[in-house]
Design a protein around this ligand. Structure first.
Ligand code: HEM
Length: 197
């Protein structure tokens, strides 16, 4: 892929990642989010965060399939967009659901296990986002790769968070779990293959 094509791909990915947010704003302005818009906003943004997290994890296997560097070259942008949506999800919860009532928020984090696990996922994402720059990558050297393996427990926490909050229909969290299992399984398989070879 030429550098011009890569720039074009990055622009397409950037715009595509913003489309869900544009849709949400549009639906909000037209009052089309149903009877409980706050729930829809929190849930939709959370789901996009999870989807982007999983899409980011798809980039390494995709690179191995296409044998080209471009999936890795757009991985950071996808990861940062996942972080962006997760932050937005968290802020929507703090603002729209809890009205920044800090004692109540602390109580909620301790009391509701799915919130506790979600919180762990957000905390795990923070060092990844702050060390996502090329400068941090150079400075941390081999430790950078180690640190960024935090994305695996973070993704597990995110899926558990979803499983824990649904009461009846487990289909969606089950699908996301299967996707994550396949993505983690691929990495374990590859690791074993390189060690034995
Ligand atoms: C990596 C971090 C996180 C991810 C990927 C994530 C993802 C999700 C997903 C996929 C849903 C369900 C969406 C649906 O039902 O379609 C959800 C719901 C929710 N999340 Fe998160 N979440 C994260 C962190 C958090 C945190 C830190 C909080 C609050 C402290 C939180 C609060 C909530 C709430 C209140 C709901 C809606 C529950 C309900 O309507 O019953 N999430 N989240």
């Amino acid at each position: 892929m030429s550098s011009r094509q890569l720039v074009l791909l990055k622009i397409i990915v950037f715009i595509s990642c913003l489309l869900p947010l544009a849709w949400l704003m549009y639906a909000l302005l037209l009052d089309q989010l149903g009877a409980n818009p706050i729930e829809v906003i929190i849930r939709r943004i959370g789901e996009w965060g999870l989807q982007l997290l999983l899409i980011t994890l798809c980039m390494t296997p995709l690179r191995d399939v296409v044998q080209q560097p471009w999936p890795i070259q757009i991985r950071r942008m996808l990861g940062l967009f996942a972080f962006f949506y997760v932050c937005l999800h968290f802020v929507s919860y703090l603002w729209l659901e809890q009205f920044f009532d800090w004692p109540e928020i602390v109580r909620d984090i301790i009391k509701r296990p799915f919130i506790t696990v979600g919180m762990l996922a957000v905390l795990g994402l923070l060092p990844l986002a702050f060390t996502s720059t090329r400068k941090a990558q150079r400075r941390l050297g081999k430790r950078w790769k180690r640190l960024h393996q935090l994305v695996y427990p973070v993704s597990v926490f995110a899926v558990v968070h979803f499983f824990w909050l649904v009461k009846a229909d487990l289909l969606k969290p089950a699908i996301y779990s299967l996707c994550l299992l396949a993505l983690l399984g691929y990495r374990i398989y590859k690791h074993r293959l390189t060690r034995s070879g």
